[in-house]
Design a protein around this ligand. Sequence first.
Ligand SMILES: C[S@@+](CC[C@H](N)C(=O)[O-])C[C@H]1O[C@@H](n2cnc3c(N)ncnc32)[C@H](O)[C@@H]1O
Length: 258
Amino acid sequence: MVEDPAGWNRQAWDAQVARGNRWTRPVDAAAIAAARRREWSVVLTPKQPVPRDWFPPLAGLPVLCLAASGGQQAPLLAAAGGVVTVHDLSPAQLAQDRLVAQREGLALRLEEGDMRDLSRYPDASFGLVFHPCSNSFIPDPAPVWREAFRVLRPGGVLLAGITQPVRFLFDEKALERGELIARHSLPYSDFVHLTEAERAELKAADEPWCFGHTLEQQLGGQLEAGFVLTALFEDRGEQQALDSRIACFLATRAVKPG
Ligand SMILES: C[S@@+](CC[C@H](N)C(=O)[O-])C[C@H]1O[C@@H](n2cnc3c(N)ncnc32)[C@H](O)[C@@H]1O
């Protein structure tokens, strides 16, 4: 069965908030106070902070945090001077940003929607699109790159987190036991590569549907949309069997030519 993942993933991310998933926990008041003093860092990938020189000057900059809610990066970028819009599918994730904004007196525009459809934003309306590792929740990242390009103004910057294709090759249960059993192929889809019983198990655990993309879809897709890639770094996550051997995440910086 192949279905569009957005309906279930919205519900699943709401449930992840209730479960206290790491990517749903809002920053504290001390982090916001530090960001107001221009002492801040944010991640696109599990651990490594994005270099500060990847960011355009934030003061007054219109920033789109794309599929990036959870009360983490958006309020920090707002406290550091950005004029921030958060666009995300999950009302509960957006509520985490609202919570920080209200607690800290920050202005955040919260928009519930799919990352593939940014039609509510005019062309060239942002100077920065900040998109952490979240396109593994959609079957094809191409619309995200195209829409990010359209809504950025010339000279605008796209910062993206990407899950490396290798993360999707192995049997997940075996990985948890520390064994590498190559099982899948790329592009990966929970709908295509898992059994119905495995999908039922994931659904019972409120896990969102996942998709693994090729580097052609991820990096080639950005270039195809018109971006110029200017920098990247690799980062590692918590999957010991894999992350001890290869960095499973990439962060990229791309610019819309001016
Ligand atoms: C891993 S969390 C990312 C947020 C986090 N602040 C971070 O640093 O990575 C993934 C986010 O993607 C959102 N998401 C999943 N599918 C989406 C879609 N189709 N459109 C928009 N957002 C989506 C989820 O609601 C969730 O907030």
